[in-house]
Ligand binder design. Structure first.
Ligand code: TXA
Ligand code: MG
Length: 309
């Protein structure tokens, strides 16, 4: 159900969960001050309790009361990229950040979304925790229709149109004296070089160790359809191909976008993964013959995770 900004603010302030647009993907919002609403988010998403949530705020000044001494370059990073698709994991003042939000960690993640409706809403409601608005493990939502698909027609949605970036925020943590990327996202690793002096390292899941990003443990972005990633797509056989609009294939094509625009491919990626299930397609080849840099790295990472079902 599409609701007004005023209604969304009222629901959030009275402890309900509302779907909120951002420039990356839609979020399932709950007020930081309503523990029952935060519990409800974990329940309706089917989210494991040890996967922490990002707190969405309007700017750096909102996070100062909740954090301990900030790591070097924090202010520079926020000035350069907020509002925008950057999440920073910072040392938390544990008494002030609810245990469930941090999933018991001594750190807390923050982001300022770059969407006019989200910012207006946050100014009224104060901090909102927001995971992506999808059932755990499924592709994220970049349109209100995706939220209806996962949570039903009557779920309250603040309609902000299509999420322009189409991929989640890039997450940085300061760990062992260095800023590191713990989730690839809408800002490519190279974006940070001018501020940090280096391109930050991308951390994988550390086998047998506690991962820096708990979410990386879990299945993600996966449609029901079986995806097979390949640089060469077979000439015949069964299934469709998730491929590029400027290439030709023998199998039926679901276009991801043109090869010269990773931005377009990113914006439509989750809608295309959802489309496979909407059409009842059970098997799809994915053309991964594209560059291994910039936004393409995030696109490849999402496709790899989506193929693990
Ligand atoms: O673009 C985005 O970030 C979207 C929109 C709605 O803002 N949100 C989003 O939230 O992607 P979610 O919950 O789907 O992913 C958040 C990720 C999870 O992998 C979680 O483990 C990680 O952030 N995370 C949250 N708090 C953390 C912390 N304290 N330390 C390490 N990782 C953390
Ligand atoms: Mg998510």
């Amino acid at each position: 159900m599409r609701i007004s900004l005023e209604k969304a603010a009222d629901l959030l302030k009275s402890g309900h969960v509302v779907a909120v647009p951002t420039e990356t993907v839609y979020g399932l919002g709950a007020s930081l001050y309503h523990p029952e609403a935060i519990k409800e988010i974990f329940k309706i998403k089917g989210r494991p309790p040890n996967n922490p949530l990002i707190i969405h705020v309007t700017g750096l000044s909102d996070i100062l009361p909740l954090t301990k001494a900030l790591p070097p370059k924090t202010a520079e990073l926020t000035h350069a990229f907020w509002p925008g698709p950057l999440t920073l994991v910072l040392p938390a003042i544990e008494e002030l950040v609810p245990f469930d939000v941090r999933a018991g960690l001594p750190t807390v993640a923050f982001r300022v979304p770059n969407h006019p409706l989200a910012l207006e809403l946050l100014r009224i409601t104060g901090p909102l925790v927001m995971p992506s608005a999808n059932k755990s493990g499924k592709p994220s939502s970049t349109l209100p229709e995706h939220i209806e698909e996962d949570f039903g027609e009557s779920f309250p949605i603040l309609d902000g149109g299509v999420s322009k970036k189409g991929l989640e925020s890039t997450i940085l943590i300061y760990h062992e004296q260095k800023w590191r990327i713990i989730r690839l996202g809408a800002l490519p690793p190279e974006s940070f070089a001018s501020i940090l002096g280096v391109v930050p390292q991308v951390e994988g899941v550390l086998e047998g160790n506690t991962p820096l990003c708990p979410g990386q443990f879990y299945r993600h972005y996966a449609p029901l359809a079986k995806l097979v990633l390949a640089k060469e797509i077979p000439k015949d056989g069964s299934g469709v191909v998730l491929g590029f609009s400027d290439r030709s294939y023998s199998l039926p094509l679901i276009p991801l976008g043109p090869t010269d625009s990773p931005e377009i491919v990113a914006q439509n990626l989750y809608a295309n993964l959802r489309l496979l299930d909407q059409k009842g397609i059970s098997y799809a080849w994915v053309d991964v013959d594209f560059p291994r840099d910039g936004l393409w790295l995030t696109i490849l990472e999402r496709l790899k995770k989506a193929s693990l079902n």
